[in-house]
Design a protein around this ligand. Sequence first.
Ligand code: CA
Length: 225
Amino acid sequence: MRLLVVEDEPRMSCLLRRGFAENGYAVDVAANGADALWLATEAHFDAVVLDVMLPDMDGFVVCRSLREAGCWAPVLMLTAKDSVDDRVRGLDAGADDYVLKPFSFAELSARVRALLRRGAQIRPAVLQVGDLRLDPALHQAWRGDEEIKLSPKETALLDLFMRHPDEVVTRTQILERVWDFAFDGLSNVVDQYVSYLRKKIDKPFRRDDLQTVRGVGYRLTSSSS
Ligand code: CA
């Protein structure tokens, strides 16, 4: 079993390398995101242990890029922040599990073993509402067979709507989930991105699925055709 450890702090990465090696794993260490992405596309790894705090890019970006590059090895993220937000971001980015720092090596090792038992992840679920499909990892959607390319923000927004079909999603919920903070003054940003999204998923198909609920927010309907 071959592990990729992505951690910039020398003492921590040394400890992880030694610990995993003693457990019989082959271990490669990357000290930054760029090296991790390069290594992961050059070699096969059975699992990746990925620190969130890296010097060049954060672990969420690394994780997402790994998935975009077609690397589906299970990813366990190390996060120092005990926040729901980080956990959600990690899982949204395609991570399989996370461990909060500080951790005991025994705990980390047990979690890695559990991930390896589960085996390589199947790609994250493609979401479907009516004839609209979204592959969040690829930032790509389809209306029927037509491909639609999305930006990361448009992907995050559509992802949110597709997880709540036929429900009203408020501007505040959108700001919190897609922009990571709530600030009413910015709700025109939401309106703007909704209009970008409509130009991609509705207008070219003469559809009106992403509806405005006046004074509240938006709703993606599953029924119109
Ligand atoms: Ca670090």
